[in-house]
Design a protein around this ligand. Structure first.
Ligand SMILES: Nc1ncnc2c1ncn2[C@@H]1O[C@H](COP(=O)(O)OP(=O)(O)OP(=O)(O)O)[C@@H](O)[C@H]1O
Ligand SMILES: [Mg+2]
Length: 231
């Protein structure tokens, strides 16, 4: 008997408990009369590395903000591990789904203020050694801890902001054009780091216009005019 590969694949997916970490059902978002997202249906499985592409203004960041529960959909729903996200405690949800902004800002006076924040939220002592290890992952060193937020470059700021999301790894990391403006070397460093986290089970949703990232995408979803496009 010949069984189609797709059929086998489908069965394997059903048998091995590949958990859907995020389900989006009939989601729409509109501001006044303007429809920004319409009828989005999407399943993301645990451990996937999904790349969102599409023209500027097509709704990618809006969709990510909804998934991160920073704004609410106008209709439809987003489920995290089968639970409606509006029913999950916001503080708990923020630690599980972390959104690395398209244009990150650092707060406070020093880099330490930023990197100590994830510890404060969890009522833990600042762990200098751990933070140094993370800084080194993105080609920065311990001296950055005490630098002023005004004395770091745009690319350094981006990498430090990303560490804020990763010091306590979430279950889902959303990166919104986080490598824009980085040079080739630092882009590669960020790619390597995200790949390592993904291999350890982190689910990643990334938004990008970067050709290399688009070509390397494991799973690619195109958003066009607020809808998932059949490319
Ligand atoms: N609160 C809002 N009020 C009005 N329009 C909005 C609002 N939020 C987003 N938009 C509009 O929705 C559209 C989608 O915006 P979004 O930021 O999601 O695009 P994007 O795909 O991330 O684009 P880019 O690739 O340039 O980052 C844009 O036309 C934007 O102007
Ligand atoms: Mg955007």
């Amino acid at each position: 008997m010949i069984i189609e590969y797709n059929e086998v694949h489908q069965h394997i997916k059903e048998w091995c408990i590949v958990e859907k970490i995020i389900e989006i059902k009939n989601l729409s978002y509109q501001v006044k009369d303007t429809k920004i997202l319409h009828n989005i249906n999407l399943n993301i499985e645990e451990g996937e590395d999904v790349t969102f592409v599409g023209p500027s203004g097509s709704g990618k960041s809006t969709l990510m903000r909804i998934i991160a529960s920073m704004i609410s959909a106008s209709s439809g729903e987003v489920l995290f591990k089968g639970q409606k996200i509006e029913n999950i405690d916001p503080i708990e949800y923020r630690q599980k789904i972390s959104y690395a902004f398209q244009q990150p800002t650092l707060f406070g006076k020093t880099i330490k203020d930023n990197l100590a924040f994830p510890f404060e939220v969890r009522k833990q002592e600042f762990d200098r050694q751990k933070v140094t290890g993370y800084l080194e992952m993105v080609n920065l060193n311990e001296t950055y801890i005490d630098k002023s937020v005004n004395d770091v470059s745009g690319g350094e700021k981006q990498r430090i902001a990303l560490l804020r999301n990763l010091i306590f790894p979430p279950e889902v990391l959303i990166t919104d054009e986080v490598t824009t403006g980085l040079d080739t070397e630092n882009k590669a460093i960020v790619h390597r780091m995200l790949k390592d986290f993904n291999e350890q089970g982190l689910t990643i949703l990334k938004v990008t216009h970067d050709e290399t990232e688009i070509n390397d995408a494991a799973i690619k979803i195109t958003i066009r005019d607020g809808e998932i496009a059949n490319v």
